[in-house]
Design a protein around this ligand. Structure first.
Ligand SMILES: [Zn+2]
Length: 332
């Protein structure tokens, strides 16, 4: 069914952080081990690096990935979370509730804020940063994380027009949030595709419909037709659920995406990934047998695994065995 069979690995930035030195040999060794475990794509945070040395590290790392005939993916948040302390300009672009409180995700209390899709954050901050990165780094794709508005919606000044216009047409707040997010994403995808038509753009489509998250505008219906790759996300092992839950998430995602017309310039045949962690909440890797069942369920659902952990050598061995078993079972 699939031309390629392998997983994407999301690098934990703590091990090979581009802001601090690491030896190229050590990186090569690690990426080679990932390839030998079954990885075909490596995703990492390589944006907004100020120093020449840091940029050189990204360049060198992508060279290593390409020399091993793998793809390099740039991970980036689309609307958040940004530290807006001491930045008057950014403060005008943040998501706010009805009482003008700054909305944040994950890092509350540390100045981190979600950026508003209706503001010019995309044009003034995200696109210049990404375009700058793409000038020195030969990425093959971009992954957009957290493409949503916080619970309840954004009521900042930037959203005034989209809110009033759609309210007068009888739309409810959830619909307005979805339109708001969609318009921001269309501006982003349109701008990137214009200059880099072959760059694959993937999106965090969350775990659609089965487990409704409390954020607005990221539901798969709202993302359909716009991206080359969709990433659903759920780890049933953490919830003591049957692994078949992930298959349901993937099937639903595929169904909706394939029903929807694509916009101009975006590849017609979307690819599907399912993101999962391979460790339990205290960071211990699950046994190969459990992971093998999970990987098989992902493949069988029609997606490829996107594994969100940087593994030590021991972990890599477990992944390798689990992946090998899943692929063998899938190919039978
Ligand atoms: Zn807003």
């Amino acid at each position: 069914m699939q031309a390629k069979l392998g997983f994407r690995n999301n690098m934990d930035s703590s091990r090979f952080n581009f802001r601090v030195p690491f030896r190229r040999k050590e990186y090569e060794k690690y990426i080679t081990a990932l390839k030998n475990s079954g990885a075909i794509e490596i995703e990492h945070v390589g944006k907004n690096l100020q120093l020449g040395k840091q940029r050189q590290r990204v360049k060198d790392s992508i060279q290593v990935i390409h020399d091993l005939e793998m793809k390099a993916i740039l991970y980036t948040g689309i609307f958040g979370s940004i530290d807006v302390r001491n930045n008057g300009e950014l403060k005008k672009m943040v998501q706010r509730d009805l009482f003008e409180n700054v909305l944040s995700y994950g890092k509350q209390g540390q100045g981190a804020a979600m950026m508003c899709p209706s503001s010019d954050y995309i044009e003034k901050v995200v696109l210049p940063q990404i375009n700058k990165t793409l000038k020195f780094a030969a990425y093959d794709g971009i992954f957009l994380d957290i493409p949503w508005i916080m619970y309840g919606g954004c009521f900042c000044e930037n959203c005034h027009d989209v809110r009033e216009e759609n309210k007068s047409e009888g739309k409810n707040q959830a619909e307005i949030n979805a339109i708001n997010v969609r318009q921001g994403l269309e501006r982003f995808v349109g701008a990137i595709k214009k200059d880099h038509p072959y760059l694959k753009i993937s999106v965090n489509a969350s775990a659609p419909t089965i487990y409704r998250h409390s954020y607005h505008g990221a539901e798969i219906e709202n993302l359909a037709g716009l991206f080359d790759q969709y990433v659903s996300e759920w780890n049933p092992l953490r919830m003591n659920q049957q692994v078949s839950v992930v298959t349901k998430c993937i099937e639903r995602t595929i169904e909706i995406v394939e029903e929807t017309e694509t916009i101009e310039g975006v590849q017609k045949d979307a690819e599907f990934y399912h993101a999962t962690t391979c460790t339990d909440p205290i960071g211990k890797i699950y046994p190969a047998e459990k992971l093998s069942k999970l990987f098989y369920a992902i493949l069988n659902g029609g997606a490829l695994p996107r594994l969100g952990v940087a593994f030590g050598n021991e972990g890599l061995g477990v992944i390798k065995n689990a992946w090998k078993n899943a692929v063998e079972r899938y190919q039978k």
